[in-house]
Design a protein around this ligand. Structure first.
Ligand SMILES: *Cc1c(COP(=O)(O)O)cnc(C)c1O
Length: 371
């Protein structure tokens, strides 16, 4: 698009009776560029295994014949399968799902946030949280972390007490830093929020990649009726394109979400694909160990280059320090490797892909740094 075309587009948009808070905004989204090595959105870069492709194909084929009817509004089979996958004694009554965990989070904000209410999270963290807050007219409160991006139970609890939010979102492992929170942080935040009935969400989009010994907040669910654990099939399950996110919580939380969900929000196609995929969990998660190996390799190699990668419990690595991180990002792009400039000065984030992709990234980075 030329500059003139872009300006015409903008003024046409501005002429509409758009909500005041949406004026001048740009849509969220990482660049989708035609580059050889796409290591910028933390997808599982391994292709979907053939047995899963076939299973999804058969299931969708079968579902197609009943597309004249609305799908199961309660997506009961999917909730059962997800509960079985999560374990911890959870049943379908504890599970809810939507089109990606972004929609799950949006529904949580619709049910528990809204005008006059507040949501707290701790940047640098997932950049969708403030956007979901804005979209639901919920005030977004920026919590603070230590300079090394860590968050202690004491600091987190203190900030909860001071700001009294209705919702707290903890991202663990955190995007973009990659590091998991200690469960003590979750406990401390939950306790601090109990005085004013706050809902605590732990976004565990990357939990399957966690380092040995890192515990899921699922272990804290029992007896905590305002705790919500959010998960997704977009990362470890290699199904980002299927758009399936889900959560585990007390049954009354899922009842609250039924009040805000659109009827039949999960299409019969989506349900069929997810149910078929969940019959092959072991195959789907078969690449997780390989990805973790590449992740650890990236951390080791970056250290050897004199860089400072953060501890990673996820399928990506956050690293610095660069005088001009954006120039390094551009240098990598010029060499066919797209990673993410998350807007944090002097730092970049790279997804751990296949062995070949990791090699391509490391070779290109050495070249850029040597230049
Ligand atoms: C990728 C990601 C998600 C997943 O979003 P989906 O809508 O499920 O694809 C959620 N939270 C975080 C922190 C992420 O990085």
């Amino acid at each position: 698009m030329t500059k003139q075309q872009e300006e015409a587009k903008t003024s046409a948009l501005e002429a509409l009776p758009l909500r005041d808070d949406l004026r001048g905004q740009t849509p969220y989204g990482a660049p989708q560029l035609a580059v050889t090595h796409l290591l910028n959105t933390n997808e599982n870069t391994h292709p979907v295994p053939q047995v899963v492709v076939d299973a999804i194909g058969d299931a969708v084929h079968q579902a197609a014949s009943s597309l004249n009817r609305y799908p199961d509004r309660e997506f009961t089979e999917l909730r059962q399968r997800l509960a079985t996958y999560l374990g911890h004694g959870l049943t379908e009554d504890n599970v809810w799902a939507a089109n990606g965990s972004n929609e799950v989070l949006q529904q949580i904000l619709q049910a528990f946030g809204g005008p006059g209410r507040k949501v707290l999270s701790f940047p640098p963290t997932y950049s969708m949280y403030p956007l979901l807050a804005s979209g639901t007219n919920t005030e977004y409160i920026h919590g603070v972390r230590a300079e090394d991006f860590t968050l202690t139970p004491e600091s987190a609890a203190q900030q909860v007490k001071e700001t009294q939010p209705n919702i707290i979102i903890l991202c663990s492992p955190n995007n973009p830093t990659g590091t998991a929170l200690e469960l003590e942080v979750v406990e401390a935040v939950y306790d601090a929020g109990s005085e004013f009935n706050a809902v605590v969400v732990v976004d565990e989009a990357y939990e399957e990649f966690a380092l040995k010994g890192t515990k899921s907040a699922l272990t804290l669910l029992e007896g905590r009726e305002r705790l919500i654990i959010s998960r997704t099939m977009s990362k470890a399950f290699a199904l980002a394109g299927a758009r399936v996110g889900y959560l585990a919580a007390a049954p009354q939380v899922t009842d609250a979400l039924r009040l805000v969900r659109l009827p039949y929000h999960l299409s019969a196609i989506t349900q069929a694909a997810a149910n078929a995929a969940l019959q092959h969990v072991d195959v789907l998660l078969g690449t997780v160990d390989q990805i973790k190996t590449q992740r650890d390799r990236i951390v080791d190699e970056l250290r050897k280059m004199g860089l400072k990668p953060a501890v990673s419990d996820s399928n990506f690595v956050f690293f610095g320090w660069f005088e001009d991180a954006h120039a390094v990002w551009q240098g990598l792009l010029d060499r066919g490797v797209l990673i993410r400039d998350v807007g944090i000065p002097h730092h970049l984030r790279v997804t751990a892909g296949t062995e070949e992709e990791t090699t391509a990234f490391l070779v290109a980075l050495r070249e850029v740094m040597g230049a």
